[in-house]
Design a protein around this ligand. Structure first.
Ligand SMILES: Cc1cc2nc3c(=O)[nH]c(=O)nc-3n(C[C@H](O)[C@H](O)[C@H](O)COP(=O)(O)OP(=O)(O)OC[C@H]3O[C@@H](n4cnc5c(N)ncnc54)[C@H](O)[C@@H]3O)c2cc1C
Length: 392
């Protein structure tokens, strides 16, 4: 990757995560444009950044990132920059002194209640417990309507209240709606056709995406550091949309996480927990989950690195809070963005929506086509070659 070498670029990309790296790669390789990518963090990859820790274990700095998708075009695009190592994520929940599968499946119910149900038996068991809900509006409605109040309280209520600092009855149905209930024994967290991790990590994949003679990358560089000093033709913004507009309507709320890291000797290569992720729904324990990275990296080692995640209002913006008033506030910012043809807003923070990595990839690839059209127009309108113009 090249450091910044000029004070004028065709495209300035703010953010070196999935959204920014893809837009930069496309603009350089498809349109032959000169691109500068800036990121305020000292590394590329955004929230998907990973690294080898002091003990040599590959860890994800911003929580475990498991790549899974049904979108073949997304796999094909990313496969230009990485090989894949198959990985299926499994999660257990610590409930009533036992570790049982989540999403709830046949084994969850049988182990928790000492039963021996088959699929049909479980369907009947759930049907007896599910509470009729007149209109499914909230996360509580979804879960109580599906599995009844007891399982809702054991698995969802405390976990959700810790993660969001809101009761599930105050959160949109989509939050809990993402987690299925199964009457079979499938204990995979995801069921997508492609479940794999970049073979040598996310960060090397991003480095290859950005390794192009027309792309410069300035790390530890905030947009404010360059806005007065550079000229550019088009701006791609992947940071929080309210930051771009100086929060003029007020801040969009996010939840964040604080990570507590521990590296523990594991003689003989033992693992600390049976699966990569253990959820802790108990509200009296302040963290939501523990993650053991060797399950994810597939490494053999005499040590193991584990994190505990403590939800917080402070820290990096991670999860847009899915409540109607926040959506309304976002739409006020989105209206400003629509009236600004020289800036493209793309990615999870710029669109204020929960998006997985494959969804951000798909969104960036579609959005790039709009930028292509916009840059072609700007080029056709100019007297000579495209001239970068400062926005501010
Ligand atoms: C805890 C957690 C776990 C997740 N797990 C998964 C998972 O298992 N599977 C999955 O598919 N997805 C997962 N995701 C989602 C995944 O992180 C996102 O889909 C993806 O990272 C979004 O990419 P992005 O480019 O939109 O945003 P980001 O990765 O957030 O990148 C935006 C970048 O912009 C930079 N930036 C912002 N403002 C400025 C500024 N003013 N100046 C300079 N730089 C700026 C930031 O530093 C950041 O690096 C998870 C997310 C979190 C928070």
């Amino acid at each position: 990757m090249n450091p910044a070498r000029s004070d004028a670029y065709d495209v300035l990309v703010v953010g070196a995560g999935f959204a920014g790296a893809i837009m930069a790669e496309r603009a350089a390789s498809q349109l032959g444009r000169r691109v500068l990518v800036v990121d305020r963090r000292p590394y590329v990859g955004g929230n998907a950044h990973d690294r080898l820790d002091e003990a040599g274990i590959r860890v994800h700095d911003h929580g475990p990132h498991l790549f899974h998708t049904n979108a073949q075009h997304v796999v094909e695009y990313l496969s230009r920059f990485t090989d894949w190592r198959p990985y299926e994520h499994r999660v257990l929940a610590a409930v009533d002194g036992k570790l049982v599968p989540i999403p709830i499946n046949l084994d969850t119910v049988n182990r928790l209640y000492g039963l021996d149900l088959d699929a049909q038996g479980m369907e009947a068991w759930l049907a007896q417990r599910a509470e009729p809900v007149a209109e499914t509006r909230t996360s509580e409605d979804v879960v109580v309507g599906r599995v009844g109040r007891e399982l809702y309280e054991k698995f969802f209520r405390g976990y959700t209240r810790k993660l969001w600092a809101r009761d599930p009855s105050e959160l949109a149905a989509s939050v809990a709606g993402r987690i299925p209930t199964r009457t079979n024994r499938d204990d995979r967290y995801f069921t997508d056709s492609h479940q794999a991790l970049p073979a040598d990590g996310y960060t090397p994949m991003f480095e290859r995406m950005l390794d192009h003679p027309l792309i410069d990358v300035a790390l530890s560089t905030h947009f404010d550091d360059v806005r007065g000093a550079l000229r550019w033709g088009h701006l791609v913004w992947t940071g929080p949309i309210d930051d771009f507009y100086d929060r003029r309507y007020g801040p969009l709320p996010y939840r964040s996480l604080r990570f507590e890291w521990e590296t523990v000797p594991t003689p003989g290569g033992a693992l600390l927990q049976p699966v990569a992720q253990v959820n802790v729904p108990d509200e009296s324990i302040p963290y939501t989950r523990t993650v053991e990275y060797r399950h994810i990296s597939g490494q053999d080692a005499e040590v193991s690195t584990i994190t505990r995640e403590y939800p917080s209002d402070e820290g990096d913006p991670f999860y847009p809070v899915p409540a109607p008033e926040n959506r309304e506030l976002y739409h006020r910012y989105a209206a400003l963005a629509e009236a600004d043809p020289d800036v493209t807003f793309v990615g999870r923070l710029a669109r204020y929506q929960y998006l997985n990595m494959d969804q951000v990839t798909a969104q960036a690839l579609v959005t790039f086509e709009r930028v292509r059209a916009r840059l072609a127009q700007a080029h056709a309108g100019a007297a000579g070659p495209f001239h970068p113009t400062a926005r501010s």
